[in-house]
Design a protein around this ligand. Structure first.
Ligand SMILES: *Cc1c(COP(=O)(O)O)cnc(C)c1O
Length: 243
C-alpha cells in the first residue's frame, strides 16, 4: 500500500467504531481494536504500531513465530499484545502457548486441556477465549452453539473449561457468516452475547466479559451488539494478497 494509507485507514476505522459505540450508548474505551496482521509485512505492522495500535492478531502459529520475536525486539519498550485468532491444531498447542499472549480460538475441550498442560509447563496462566459456532455452518470452527440443546451441552463443558487452572477464560469469540449486508450478521452477534450472559448468570462466571466479534465487513454491527474486541484486517491494511 502507499505510505500513509494505513494511518488514514486506521483513523477511519477508529471513527466508525466510535460512531457505532455512540449509537449503542457505549464508550469507545470498551472496544479494543485488534489489527489482524496475517500476510502483512513487518513494515506494515510497524506502520500501524506507529499510529498507536498495540494489539495485533495472527491466525497461524508458524507465521506468528516468524514475526513476533522480530517485533517484540523492535518494540521492547512498549510491547505488542499478540492475539492468536485462527484454529490451533492440538499438535501445535505447545508452540501456540509460547507465541501468543491471548488465544481467541479455543474450540474444543481437547485443545483446552493441552493448552492448560503446556501453560503449566511454561509456568504461566494463559488468557483465552472460547470460540463458538453460532451459525451452524460446517466450514466454521467452534463449540457447536447454534441450537438451544447445544448451548446446554456447552454450559456443561464450560464448567470443566473454567476449572483448568492454567487457562484464564475471559469470554467468547465467534465469526459470523459472510453476508451481503452486515445487518444479517446481527442475530449471530446477539446470540453470542446472550450465551455469554447465560454463562455469567447460571455459572457465575463473572469475569467472562470479553466478546471477540466483528471483522472488516461487520464490525459496526458487532460493536452495537457488545463486542469488546474487534478483529480487523482489510479495513486497515487493504486487500490481502496470499502470494
Ligand atoms: C483474517 C481474520 C480476521 C480479519 O478479517 P478481515 O476481513 O480482514 O477484517 C478476523 N478474524 C479471523 C479469525 C481471521 O482469520
Amino acid at each position: 500500500m502507499e505510505g500513509g494509507s494505513i494511518a488514514k485507514n486506521l483513523e477511519r476505522v477508529r471513527q466508525r467504531i466510535a460512531e457505532a459505540c455512540l449509537r449503542a450508548g457505549r464508550s469507545p474505551e470498551e472496544v479494543t481494536l485488534v489489527a489482524v496482521s496475517k500476510t502483512r509485512t513487518i513494515e506494515e505492522i510497524a506502520e500501524a504500531y506507529a499510529c498507536g495500535v498495540r494489539h495485533f492478531g495472527e491466525n497461524r502459529v508458524e507465521e506468528a513465530e516468524e514475526k513476533v520475536p522480530l517485533l517484540q525486539e523492535r518494540f521492547a519498550q512498549e510491547p505488542i499484545v499478540w492475539h492468536l485468532i485462527g484454529h490451533v491444531q492440538s499438535r501445535k498447542a505447545k508452540r501456540a502457548v509460547a507465541v501468543a499472549d491471548i488465544i481467541h480460538s479455543v474450540d474444543s475441550l481437547k485443545l483446552a486441556r493441552r493448552l492448560d498442560r503446556f501453560a503449566a509447563e511454561a509456568g504461566k496462566r494463559l488468557p483465552v477465549l472460547l470460540e463458538l459456532n453460532v451459525s451452524g455452518e460446517a466450514s466454521k470452527y467452534g463449540f457447536p452453539a447454534w441450537e438451544e440443546e447445544l448451548v446446554q451441552a456447552f454450559l456443561e463443558e464450560a464448567k470443566e473449561l473454567a476449572s483448568l487452572e492454567h487457562l484464564e477464560v475471559r469470554g467468547l469469540m465467534t465469526m459470523a457468516p459472510i453476508v451481503e449486508d452486515q445487518e444479517e450478521a446481527r442475530p449471530f452477534f446477539q446470540r453470542l452475547r446472550m450465551i455469554r450472559d447465560l454463562l455469567r448468570e447460571r455459572l457465575s462466571f463473572s469475569s467472562w466479559d470479553e466478546l471477540s466479534m466483528g471483522m472488516t465487513d461487520d464490525f459496526e454491527v458487532a460493536v452495537e451488539e457488545g463486542a469488546t474486541l474487534v478483529r480487523i484486517g482489510r479495513a486497515i491494511f487493504g486487500p490481502r494478497d496470499y502470494h
